[in-house]
Write a protein that binds this ligand. Structure first.
Ligand code: DGJ
Length: 333
């Protein structure tokens, strides 16, 4: 049985002094340690992303189900489960999550398909295009050895799907591995991804319909070897929390800030504070969720990977404290 663990911060005096929240996020999200969906089943949504649309939060993530095996012939711990597609859950209060089914389905026994269970589908993110009225999903599409390194795109008329897979691309011929998606206040959308063998991240402007990369992109965090990008914007500034590259094993997070999404970005150090801050409290970031109607309230959503049994991977959700250019994420223990 897989447990979803929510560590919600009990803010100590020090953190309170730092935080600029008018109301703590812990008032908004469940304080339960084990999160089940409204049917009592464990939520299966890893490398997650959240879309807020018309009063509802939609949570998307990798479905990790089945036996974990070690991909042969790799010089690192390349543990894998069959690609399970992308799940969708919805909530109006961030506490009660209703299973909305499989947003993007996989296929079996079709090695020519990027949706085959033998492929890799990671870190799905969804945004809404107000002009085309389509929901657009981007994901990291790969092969077991991560040599394909592409961005897959799918569309739907409804937030929960079903999403129609349109194919994949290497933006401007560049590798795309861990990725996130960001829709800015002006409606422009960007893909942010580990590229160049994970040494350097790229920020690429998407076409107006969000379905294609444009030629406008920048190289950021050059040769810093960062992955798992999670971005938010606050008071006109951009904040990007990333992890190091150590496969399924946790490492220290870092965050960068920028006045423009294309950069320059400057690294600020590890935002995590407290016990196990050096391992991001055993987790790796996936997404940063702005709490609707509470400017300055953000939730850092991460995965506690169980590398030898990926189906049993858990979650870490913690409030992020933002004070000017400073970001802190405090251990809940
Ligand atoms: C770290 C990435 O962030 C994950 O999404 C996944 O690709 C693992 N590496 C695989 O080891």
């Amino acid at each position: 049985m897989k447990y979803i663990i929510l560590f919600i911060l009990i803010i100590g005096g020090k953190a309170l002094a730092f935080a600029n929240h008018h109301k703590p996020v812990s008032d908004t999200v469940s304080t339960s340690q084990i999160l089940l969906d409204t049917e009592g089943k464990p939520i299966n949504a890893h490398g997650a992303g959240v879309l807020y649309h018309e009063g509802v939060y939609y949570l998307f993530g990798e479905i990790k189900k089945g036996k974990t095996w070690l991909v042969p012939g790799q010089n690192w711990e390349d543990y894998r489960v069959p690609a399970g597609g992308v799940s969708c859950y919805s909530s109006t209060d961030l506490k009660h999550w209703k299973n909305r089914g499989v947003a993007l389905k996989v296929v079996t026994n079709d090695t020519s398909s990027e949706l085959d269970t033998g492929r890799v589908i990671e870190r799905p993110k969804v945004i809404y295009n107000a002009t085309t009225k389509k929901f657009v999903m981007w994901l990291h599409s790969d092969k077991n050895d991560y040599r394909a390194s592409k961005g897959g795109v799918a569309v739907s008329d409804k937030p929960w799907g079903p999403y129609r897979y349109l194919g994949s691309v290497k933006p401007n011929g560049q590798m795309l591995r861990d990725m996130t998606l960001f829709k800015d206040d002006d409606g422009k959308a960007y893909l942010i991804y580990s590229s160049e063998e994970n040494s350097t991240m790229h920020v690429c402007l998407l076409s107006a319909d969000y379905l294609k990369p444009t030629k406008t992109y920048s190289r950021i965090l050059i040769k810093e070897n960062r992955e798992s990008p999670a971005i938010f914007k606050h008071n006109g500034k951009y904040f990007l929390v990333t992890s190091g590259c150590s496969g399924w094993s946790p490492n220290a997070a870092d965050y960068a800030i920028a006045d423009h999404i294309m950069g320059p970005w400057t690294q600020q150090g590890n935002p995590c504070k407290g016990l196990n801050a050096g391992s991001t409290f055993s987790a790796q970031g996936a997404f940063i969720l702005p709490v609707y109607g509470k400017p300055g309230d953000f939730i850092f959503m991460g995965d506690i990977w169980n590398k030898t049994d990926l189906e049993k991977s858990a979650y870490l959700w913690l409030p992020i404290h933002v004070n000017g250019d400073k970001v802190e994420i405090h251990n809940s223990k």
